[in-house]
Ligand binder design. Structure first.
Ligand SMILES: NC(=O)c1ccc[n+]([C@@H]2O[C@H](COP(=O)([O-])OP(=O)(O)OC[C@H]3O[C@@H](n4cnc5c(N)ncnc54)[C@H](O)[C@@H]3O)[C@@H](O)[C@H]2O)c1
Length: 468
């Protein structure tokens, strides 16, 4: 699969268009320069879009549910990619696949028929979490490149075998935390490495949801029955239970198939955080939470709060991270991801980074000065004014900058698949390989481990193993 023509791919950001005017403060206060500006990140450029008909990457989808459809639609936007087959355990989803992608695609309920096909180069695995390991390993062993949805694994001990199989087969594998491929995440990484926030001291992540869908109450179709659904296969290695549609369509609600909010949502944040900091992740977690609202038979909490310790490494100081998810957010929901450092903070999303640079002013305020005589207060103020006057001469770049993706940005999902397909063509290093994927999933699973054990748990992020 060779590209016919190529341009050099560029991923650089430059401060291109200034939407707001930089403000230079004439204030005689602490710092000489403040600014408040919006900057557009530069559009990404991608390699040539021309491919010969026999130069396509033939793709198949295994698990043609919600995310499988979003994945496939993003993948098919990348030039030189063709969908040839789809697999699912529910007949209605195979019908939907044909509706979306044409009657020519091969459809089956048995993913092994996909892996046996010689015309399939790559597979997307978008099944429930408890199937990720088995299908990934079998796909790699069948010579397919694998795009496996996050979390890469459902259990800690599933990761090493995937890593080893990928190395042994030499086949490309990408894990699906698409956010880390985004312009926003790349910009945040560059800013962090440039020292924009100084030394990191904490990370604050939250995700508040206020919808039934956000709490995984997905609809159950009227035609679902034992004939249209292969419930036995769905169970896989999970404990045998009687046929139950809620388990099939709302599998995230059960520990047997999913990974709770941590595996569903924390894992994205870990991918982003580890990517920005070039980190292998935390070494300790303490989690609490509970089932507060969605008492619908689920066995995972709908409120989860977890505190993590990141140890000092060559790329970052030791710091603390707080992760919080709430599925009954009275305020209508929202989310945030904020890196706080000694010289400022960054609020990071896929499409933007808000950088707030600051420098701590040591000058005391009126609160503490009240306890001194007027004369002493004057002397203290004068002393700090003198120190600050010295600081004024330097350019401290205090203020707020918002970096925004351009309107023609194709988005992180496109970029993640673009990286995957370029990896298959041998033209790019995979951004989220199985080792990265296990570190992100492992860190997330620590939250469940601590919650279930009711105490802090430790993890070795280098060797990717639980410390008992
Ligand atoms: N990257 C993201 O932003 C993102 C977003 C949502 C979901 N996900 C991940 O994608 C995966 C799928 O989630 P979803 O929301 O699409 O779930 P879903 O229930 O909508 O779809 C899963 C599909 O897999 C099918 N399936 C189950 N076992 C199978 C098997 N053995 N062989 C073939 N098909 C099988 C089911 O029939 C179902 O249609 C999960 O791992 C989830 O964590 C990732």
């Amino acid at each position: 699969m060779k590209r016919i023509d190529s341009n050099k791919s560029r991923r650089s950001f430059i401060k291109k268009t200034v939407l707001g005017t930089a403000l230079v403060s004439s204030s005689p206060l602490l710092f000489s320069r403040t600014y408040n500006q919006r900057l557009l990140m530069e559009s990404r450029s991608y390699a040539s879009t021309a491919f010969a008909a026999n130069d396509n990457i033939n793709l198949a989808l295994i698990g043609s549910g919600i995310q499988g459809i979003y994945d496939t639609n993003s993948a098919l936007r990348v030039p030189g990619v063709k969908l040839v087959a789809t697999c699912d355990l529910y007949e209605g989803r195979l019908d939907r696949a044909k509706e979306l992608w044409g009657n020519d695609i091969f459809v089956t309920r048995d993913y092994r028929e996909i892996l046996d096909r010689k015309d399939v180069d790559a597979v997307i695995i978008a099944t429930p979490d408890h199937w990720h390991k088995k299908i990934s390993i079998e796909a790699l062993n069948s010579g397919k490149a694998v795009y496996c949805e996050k979390p890469m694994v459902q259990k800690f001990d599933e990761g090493q075998e995937i890593i080893e199989t990928q190395k042994k087969t030499g086949k490309v594998m990408q894990v699906g935390s698409q956010g880390m491929s985004s312009l926003g995440n790349e910009k945040a990484k560059q800013l962090y490495e440039d020292g924009a926030i100084g030394q990191i001291v904490m990370l604050d992540m939250f995700n508040d949801r206020y919808s039934a869908e956000g709490a995984w109450q997905y609809p159950i179709p009227a035609d679902a029955n034992p004939d249209t659904i292969d419930f036995d296969t769905f169970l896989g290695h999970a404990p045998r239970v009687p046929y139950e549609l809620v388990r099939f369509f709302r599998w995230r609600n059960y520990q047997d198939y999913g990974t709770g909010v941590a595996g569903d949502l924390f894992v994205h944040a870990f991918s982003t955080l580890n990517f920005i900091l070039s980190s292998n992740g935390p070494n300790k977690a303490l989690s609490t939470g509970g089932l507060r609202y969605w008492k619908d038979g689920r066995d995972v909490p709908d409120v989860t709060m977890t505190l993590y310790d990141y140890p000092e490494t060559k790329t970052h100081a030791a710091f603390n991270a707080a992760f919080r998810v709430n599925f009954i957010a009275g305020n209508g929901g929202g989310g945030g991801f904020r890196l706080v450092g000694t010289e400022g903070e960054m609020q990071v999303s896929s499409n933007s980074v808000k950088l707030i640079r600051s420098k701590l002013d040591m000058k005391p305020g009126d609160y503490a000065l009240i306890a001194y005589t007027e004369e002493i207060q004057k002397k203290i103020r004068a002393k700090y004014d003198q120190i600050n006057a010295g600081e004024r001469s330097s350019d401290l770049n205090i203020g707020e900058t918002i970096y925004e993706a351009p309107t023609d940005y194709k988005g992180s999902h496109y970029d993640h698949f673009y990286n995957f397909f370029q990896g298959i063509r041998g033209e790019k290093k995979i951004i989220e390989d199985p080792t990265f994927g296990l570190r992100a999933a492992g860190a997330a699973l620590l939250a469940n481990e601590s919650y279930n054990q009711g105490k802090p748990v430790k993890w070795d992020p280098e060797s990717m193993s639980l410390i008992q």
